[in-house]
Design a protein around this ligand. Structure first.
Ligand code: SDX
Length: 389
């Protein structure tokens, strides 16, 4: 009928998604998870507390956190046959592809408990995802460097376990570095949710069809892998290395960006929502110097990033377009100092974003308004034509 829109028929247009999870004010550079400012959570909570807050709506009591943590620790093992999945993965595979494929493969071992209409299954799969995605990620890393996989250790906490699975090996005891643990925990908090970004919208859209949590999150991982989204943290390091290796000055590179030469962009700059400094980028920038010093790493790429930021922030081209550093601009330098290969950076983003994806997926399933997602289109194609035969 004329005059009706998709909204009249109950289709949820993702542009009108209602959510109570994360609030962003792009002009003011404000980010809050369930009302708590990101600055306070980054300074005063842990990633597991933030994951609980995003998923269940309130910060956990000490007992609730202990139970949540214990449940996650108990579910870190992958089905033993998953080793055959990893045997088939080429060592050259991008870890993001291994992660999203591995999640789908893992779900095939839970066929009897994937039905999204069963609340108990949603709970157990929430824990399974939080417990097992980091293990899949670490195995993707180990596969890419040809090292044997370690089994998780349930006496270790979430971040400790993840670090040991990535950097431990069978030949020696892994010495946990508390600086690394604290820095990675904070970075994961900063990535935990970000309202309706591309990958989260993907997770909600896939979930709105009744697809299970593993399939929905796997789709979100694929969306995140794009260089304009989560893949930007990897692209920033490639950009900085390319500037360094080319011998060109930072100013010369910036002029190329302004001329849009070969479509080159200043990766890690700009944002669909933030037209001010990304509050997450501010926190990362402030801690980057300290973390690298504490790790005893002196990386000239950090100074290059700081010079690039300084030049861009003073340049009218970027000011007019309200282009500021986003969360991806400085994180890569820290991940590199931690010892992660560049192609693992977006995997780290996915680990951080997982609780947000889960929370948003659960909210969409619980939201009575949600029908199958079907974003509206504005038809700009041909008007009716006659088939002349
Ligand atoms: C994330 O949505 C989220 O919340 C995402 C995220 C999350 O937590 O989930 O915050 C994570 O994805 C952060 C963004 C990571 N991406 C990058 O760093 C890639 C580089 N950034 C750009 O591709 C871009 O800024 C976007 C895609 C992030 C946002 O683009 P917009 O807001 O759609 O802006 P636009 O493409 O319309 O550009 C407006 C103008 C254009 O110039 P003009 O045509 O007006 O001359 O700004 C220019 C663009 O060319 N521009 C850039 C630029 N970003 C925009 N020019 C140079 N370098 C850039 N980075």
């Amino acid at each position: 009928q004329t005059g009706h829109t998709a909204l009249d028929y109950g289709y949820v247009n993702t542009a009108s998604t209602k959510s109570a999870i994360t609030y962003i004010d792009g002009e003011a550079g404000i980010l809050r998870y369930r009302g708590y400012p990101i600055e306070q959570l980054a300074a005063g909570s842990t990633f597991l507390e933030v994951a609980y807050l995003l998923i269940y709506g309130e910060l956990p009591t000490a007992d609730e956190l202990a139970a949540f943590d214990a449940e996650i620790r108990r579910h870190t093992l992958l089905h033993e046959d998953m080793r055959y999945y990893f045997e088939g993965v080429p060592h050259t595979a991008h870890p993001m592809a291994v992660l999203s494929g591995g999640l789908q493969m893992l779900s095939t071992y839970y066929e009897s408990s994937l039905d999204t209409a069963v609340p108990e299954f949603v709970e157990v799969n929430t824990i399974r995802l939080l417990a097992k995605l980091p293990v899949l990620a670490a195995y993707a890393h180990k596969k890419s460097i040809g090292q044997a996989f370690l089994y998780p250790k349930n006496e270790l906490g979430f971040v400790e376990n993840f670090l040991r699975l990535n950097f431990g090996n069978k030949a020696e005891h892994y010495d946990m570095n508390p600086v690394l643990v604290e820095a990675l925990d904070k970075l994961l908090i900063l990535h935990a949710d970000h309202e309706q970004n591309a990958s989260t919208s993907t997770v909600r859209l896939v979930g709105s069809t009744g697809a299970n949590m593993f399939s929905s999150i796997s789709a979100g991982i694929n969306a995140l892998s794009g260089p304009l989204h989560g893949g930007a943290n990897e692209a920033v390091l490639d950009m900085l290395a390319q500037i360094r290796d080319s011998g060109q000055s930072v100013q010369t590179f910036v002029e190329k960006v302004k001329r849009k030469e070969d479509g080159v962009k200043l990766m890690g700059f700009g944002h669909r929502v933030y037209k001010n400094y990304d509050p997450r980028a501010r926190i990362v920038r402030e801690s980057a110097d300290r973390v690298l010093a504490e790790l005893g790493v002196n990386d000239p790429l950090l100074a290059l990033a700081q010079e690039l930021e300084q030049i861009a922030l003073e340049d009218d081209y970027f000011k007019e377009r309200k282009l500021y550093p986003n969360v991806d601009f400085y994180t890569g330098v820290i991940y590199k100092a931690m010892g992660f290969p560049t192609r693992m950076f977006t995997v780290l983003f996915a680990i951080g974003r997982l609780p947000g994806w889960i929370a948003q997926w659960r909210e969409a399933r619980e939201d009575a308004q949600t029908k199958i997602g079907r974003p509206q289109q504005l038809y700009i194609g041909a008007t009716e034509r006659k088939l002349e035969r």
